[in-house]
Ligand binder design. Structure first.
Ligand code: ADP
Ligand code: MG
Length: 359
C-alpha cells in the first residue's frame, strides 16, 4: 500500500500544493518552518481522520481561510483508492473514500495503516497518562473496528454518569437506581476494553523489547507495565468502593479511563531515570514495534512517516533504518530533514528509488 498522489489546500501554512510520490522513499527537505511536518501531518490526517499534532480540526485550517481540503490517491491491493478529508469552519469534518462520505470515522481507521515517528513523541514519556492511552488505543483501533466504537460508547456513558453526579450534588439529592443504570452498562464495556488493552500489551511488549535490543545493541531490560484499576477489582466493585468519593468529586474517579502505561528501564521509570539517549531509543523502539505489530496483524506494510529523522538517530542509525527498505521490512517511507546533502547521501547509499522535495 502506498500514497501515490497528494493535494493540499489551505492546510496549516500550505495554501496549495500537489505531490507525486514514489512507492519507496520520499524526502521533504527545507529550512525550519517551511511546512515539512505539516505535509507529513496531512498524510497522517488522511489515515486517521485527524491531525497527529493538533486535534482541534479548525486550527488546521490556514489562518484567514475558511476551509481545508486534503486529497490523497492511495494504491492498495493494486487498486486506486481516493481518500479526501475536508472541514469548513462551523461545519462537521467530512471524510470520503472514492467520493462516498463515511458515516463514522471508525469505519475508516485502519484502512490506511500508518505509523509516525516524530520529535513530539517525547510527550509519551513526559506528559500525563492520556497520551499513553491514546497510543494504545490508536494501535488497537487500527486493527479492531469495534474497539473505537466501544471506547466512544464508554466515554459517552462516563460523561452521562458524571453529569448525573453533578446533578445530585447540585440538587442535594441521590438516586442509587439511577446511577446503577450507568454502572451496569459501563461495567461490561470497561471489561472488554481492559481485556483488549491487556491482550495487546502482552503481544506487543516482546516485539518492543526485540527492537530495543536491536537499536541499542545492548541488553537493557525494558518494560511496558500496564497499570489499570481493573487489575485487582471489577468495575462494579470500583464503583461501589468509590461511591462517596465520586459523589464528592462529582465525577467518576475510577475505571479504564484512568489506565496508564509505565515505561521502565531496569525496573525504573524512564521519565525520571532515563538519559536523553535512552529515552530516544525507547521511543523509536516503541514506534518500530508499532510498525511491526500492525504489519503482522494486518498483513499490510504500513506507511512510515519519519519526521526530523536525525532528531532521534545519528547518521549510522539512520543508514541502518533506511536500509531496512531494501530488505522489504518497510514499504513506503516519508522523511523530513533540514539538510539536503545529509539526507541525499544516506538515501543514495540504499540504491532505492527516491524522490526529494525541496521546500
Ligand atoms: N493553521 C495555520 N495556519 C497558518 N500557518 C500555520 C497554521 N498552523 C501552523 N502554521 C505554521 O506552520 C509553520 C510550521 O510548519 P512545520 O511544518 O512545523 O515546519 P517544518 O518545516 O519546520 O517542519 C509555522 O510557521 C506555523 O506557524
Ligand atoms: Mg518539522
Amino acid at each position: 500500500m502506498f500514497l501515490n498522489h497528494l493535494t493540499l489546500l489551505n492546510y496549516k501554512n500550505i495554501a496549495s500544493k500537489s505531490f507525486d510520490f514514489t512507492s519507496k522513499i520520499n524526502c521533504f527537505v527545507g529550512k525550519n518552518g517551511v511546512g515539512k511536518t505539516n505535509i507529513l501531518d496531512a498524510i497522517y490526517h488522511l489515515a486517521y481522520g485527524k491531525s497527529y499534532f493538533n486535534p482541534l480540526s479548525t486550527q488546521n485550517i490556514k489562518h484567514e481561510e475558511d476551509f481545508f481540503l486534503l486529497d490523497g490517491v492511495f494504491i492498495k491491493n493494486s487498486k486506486e483508492e481516493k481518500i479526501s478529508c475536508s472541514i469548513k469552519r462551523g461545519q462537521k469534518k467530512i471524510i470520503k473514500r472514492n467520493n462516498k462520505i463515511y458515516e463514522r470515522l471508525s469505519e475508516h481507521i485502519g484502512f490506511i495503516p500508518l505509523v509516525i515517528i516524530s520529535p513530539s513523541d517525547s510527550d509519551l514519556i513526559i506528559e500525563g497518562s492520556e497520551i499513553r492511552r491514546k497510543f494504545i488505543d490508536t494501535v488497537i483501533s487500527t486493527l479492531d473496528h469495534h474497539y473505537l466504537n466501544q471506547l466512544i460508547q464508554y466515554q459517552k456513558l462516563i460523561t452521562q454518569r458524571n453529569a448525573l453526579l453533578k446533578y445530585f450534588a447540585l440538587n442535594q439529592t441521590f438516586d442509587k437506581d439511577n446511577l446503577a443504570i450507568y454502572d451496569e452498562q459501563l461495567a461490561p464495556l470497561g471489561k472488554i476494553i481492559f481485556d483488549k488493552r491487556q491482550h495487546f500489551l502482552n503481544e506487543f511488549t516482546p516485539i518492543f523489547q526485540k527492537y530495543h535490543t536491536h537499536i541499542t545493541n545492548q541488553n537493557e531490560k525494558v518494560q511496558l507495565v500496564y497499570q489499570s484499576q481493573l487489575m485487582n477489582s471489577s468495575m462494579i466493585e470500583l464503583f461501589h468502593q468509590n461511591l462517596s468519593k465520586d459523589r464528592a468529586l462529582q465525577y467518576t474517579s475510577n475505571g479504564i479511563h484512568k489506565d496508564d502505561l509505565s515505561f521502565e528501564i531496569e525496573g525504573y521509570p524512564i521519565k525520571k531515570f532515563g538519559s536523553q539517549g535512552q529515552q530516544k531509543s525507547f521511543l523509536i523502539a516503541l514506534k518500530l514495534a508499532q510498525f511491526e505489530f500492525i504489519k503482522k496483524e494486518s498483513g499490510e506494510l504500513p506507511i512510515l512517516l519519519f519526521d526530523d529523522i536525525f532528531d532521534k538517530l545519528d547518521e549510522t542509525r539512520v543508514e541502518k533504518i533506511i536500509s531496512m527498505v531494501n530488505d522489504a521490512v518497510f514499504g513506503q517511507i516519508f522523511i523530513s530533514d533540514t539538510h539536503t546533502e545529509r539526507t541525499e547521501s544516506i538515501i543514495k547509499s540504499t540504491h532505492q528509488s527516491y524522490t526529494l522535495f525541496n521546500l
